[in-house]
Ligand binder design. Structure first.
Ligand code: HEC
Length: 126
């Protein structure tokens, strides 16, 4: 009887443990660079309206010509009409609030930190 109870209990513990491990494995692993909501660069760009002003390789909707094309942005020496050296830190400053860098039509669309990181990573591929 006691042995049976012990067997049943250990069975339950194993099942619960498997359940917990399964749940943990199922949870998306947070990556340092991914946007917290899992948004891809394309989703961010479409959500924030960047495509209305920029041509962006790999994003068919991005056909705007008010701003410069972002083709080859990673190889550019300077950005923001020459105002800033093209570094990740400066890109962060620019994306956070372009109007603090210079007088520009580019709006501050209030990107989140993680959106900025996702975009910078994506620009590195352009
Ligand atoms: C209303 C139009 C407009 C929107 C919307 C806009 N931009 Fe811009 N963007 C510009 C203009 C114009 C410039 C050129 C900067 C300048 O000299 O004024 C620019 C410059 C840039 C640059 C620097 C490129 C370079 O070579 O100097 C990047 C990167 C950029 N925008 C990314 C974005 C992203 C990402 C978004 C969306 C979050 C966005 N832009 C939304 C108009 C826009």
């Amino acid at each position: 009887m006691g042995q049976r109870l012990a067997a049943t209990l250990s069975h339950r513990i194993v099942i619960v443990a498997i359940g917990v491990i399964g749940a943990v494995m199922w949870m998306p692993t947070p990556s340092a660079h991914a946007a917290s909501d899992g948004a891809t660069a394309r989703e961010i760009i479409l959500k924030r309206g960047c495509h209305g002003c920029h041509i962006i390789p790999g994003i068919p909707e991005a056909t705007g010509t008010i701003g410069p094309s972002l083709k080859g942005i990673s190889a550019r020496r300077r950005i923001a009409g020459g105002k800033l050296k093209n570094t990740a830190a400066n890109m962060r400053t620019w994306l956070k609030n372009p109007k603090r860098v210079k007088v520009t039509i580019m709006p501050n669309v209030h990107l989140t930190e993680s959106e900025i990181e996702t975009l910078i990573e994506f620009f590195g591929t352009l």
